[in-house]
Design a protein around this ligand. Structure first.
Ligand SMILES: Cc1cc2nc3c(=O)[nH]c(=O)nc-3n(C[C@H](O)[C@H](O)[C@H](O)COP(=O)(O)OP(=O)(O)OC[C@H]3O[C@@H](n4cnc5c(N)ncnc54)[C@H](O)[C@@H]3O)c2cc1C
Length: 434
């Protein structure tokens, strides 16, 4: 991997997501050699991926070069590589660009889409975990609209203009809201030869309410907002299969669609090589103690989505969202320094800063401890928080400018088919693994 030899302890971090970068930023100031490894050369701000897939933001406004984070220190290194396995006995990691010895290893590889073993959904559906995924969805939506314009077969047009999303968590709700905005504000202007009422957005949820992790009040409000936008909600309904044309469910609901987006679950993205006892098999995530040490190892840590840290308040671990990853990354930096200085390790405490989701223009819901609110103010809070947490001043500025422009003009400026999805389906399908 061409990392210089050093007398300093070497900390290797796999994953430049929320957890990885919050740890790296703190470690760069310390007397350790820090090596950050990620399969992408950028950090992805996943909460805004849905805006890329619905033409609201350009992809580079939610991605940030990882080398730009590392360059502030001569003791920090970045390598773009996919780590395939770990040998804890030899303290080595193995990747597609070579191997590396570590003194301390931090696994911050996040999560991946969970299809619950449903091959038809994995083969034919779309999902969204990375920028290439979001761009595939953007192209597919726009290509389907273009095709609908020239189709005189009503059945074909129906399949082209039905947009079906499975899973009404924050991602499903935000996507449905944003596609409705396309229908309500863009389609009537850009596609005068299409009847917007033919375009339908269906949101399917297995449970009895949308946004199951949020309060019932926020859930009710979000459902109302979605209905106001024209989204057709199907609660207590589970998708059984999708063959590329028809979605079948466990009820009498069947939908013809060429756009089926799966946002109904995630599972951990672990790396091979640790003892079976390190992994909670059902969740595919590492079991860690309150110091983020992986079960059975003193010098291997896991943070963020990939880690399950049980506590009295969180008996099943923390929610798989950005804040636990950020807070665990910062906390682990302190504990690694404590370890090096033979000091006692400090147990991690999670501070819940609240949960929120936006439902199209002017509408959002926010849960803040026992308080919850929805509507315009919540939407304003949602925008402020997302701008605040976006990495990089340029990204904040560009996103802010885009949002103001889109708001004033009822527009979505990035509706471009740069790399057609349908034409290059084979190529694009392999991107799904990214
Ligand atoms: C569409 C979407 C919307 C979301 N919306 C919200 C939201 O609104 N609010 C919220 O709080 N959370 C949201 N989340 C969840 C949030 O993004 C995650 O909880 C958070 O990213 C977890 O951080 P992490 O550091 O554990 O992992 P990630 O941020 O996922 O980072 C993992 C990194 O590891 C890299 N990696 C993985 N495997 C390897 C390997 N083998 N070798 C090298 N590199 C590897 C990946 O490329 C990635 O950069 C959303 C997630 C998605 C997908």
């Amino acid at each position: 991997m061409n990392i210089p030899k050093t007398d300093l302890p070497r900390v290797v971090i796999i994953g430049g997501g929320f957890g990885g970068i919050s740890l790296v930023k703190k470690l760069l100031k310390q007397k350790v050699q820090t090596v950050l490894i990620d399969k992408h050369n950028y950090h992805t701000f996943q909460p805004l991926l849905y805006q890329v897939s619905t033409s609201g933001l350009e992809p580079d406004s939610i991605a940030y070069p990882l080398r730009k984070i590392i360059r502030s220190s001569t003791r920090g290194f970045f390598r773009m590589a996919e780590v395939s396995s770990i040998d804890p006995e030899k303290q080595m990691i193995y990747s597609n660009i070579g191997e590396l010895h570590y003194d301390y290893l931090v696994i911050a590889t996040g999560s991946k889409t969970n299809f619950f073993g449903n091959d038809s959904i994995e083969e034919h559906g779309m999902w969204m975990k990375s920028v290439p995924h979001a761009l595939n969805i953007r192209s597919l939506i726009l290509e389907n609209l273009e095709q609908a314009v020239i189709s005189d077969d009503p059945k074909e047009r129906k399949a082209l203009l039905n947009f079906v999303i499975a899973g009404a968590g924050p991602t499903g709700v935000e996507l449905s809201g944003a596609i409705s905005e396309l229908k309500n504000h863009i389609v009537p202007k850009d596609y005068p030869d299409l009847d917007p009422s033919e375009m339908e957005i269906h949101l399917i949820e297995g449970m009895d309410r949308v946004l199951p992790p949020m309060s019932e009040k926020s859930s009710r409000k979000a459902a109302k907002f979605l209905e106001e936008l024209g989204v057709k909600l199907h609660l207590n309904t589970q998708v059984k299969s999708y063959d590329g044309r028809e979605v079948l469910t466990n009820t009498s609901l069947k939908l013809n669609t060429y756009t089926f987006i799966w946002s109904a679950g995630v599972t951990g993205a672990p790396v091979m090589g640790l003892n079976a006892s390190a992994l909670i098999e059902k969740a595919n995530r590492y079991e860690v103690n309150r110091f983020s040490q992986v079960n059975g190892y003193d010098n291997i840590f896991a943070i963020g989505d990939i880690a399950v840290m049980e506590s009295e308040e969180y008996p099943k671990g923390h929610p798989m969202v950005a804040q636990p990853a950020i807070q665990q990354g910062k906390h682990l930096a302190k504990n690694i320094i404590n370890l090096l200085n033979n000091k006692k390790l400090e147990a991690f405490e999670y501070f819940d800063k609240g949960t929120m989701a936006t439902v199209g223009r002017n509408r959002a819901v926010v849960d803040l401890g026992k308080f919850n609110f929805g509507g315009f103010f919540a939407w304003f809070v949602w925008m402020f928080v997302h701008l605040w947490f976006l990495i990089g001043f340029r990204n904040r500025l560009v996103t802010f400018f885009n949002w103001v422009y889109n708001y004033v003009n009822f527009d979505k400026a990035a509706r471009l088919i740069i790399r057609p999805f349908k034409e290059n389906q084979k190529q694009s399908k392999s991107d799904k693994a990214l």
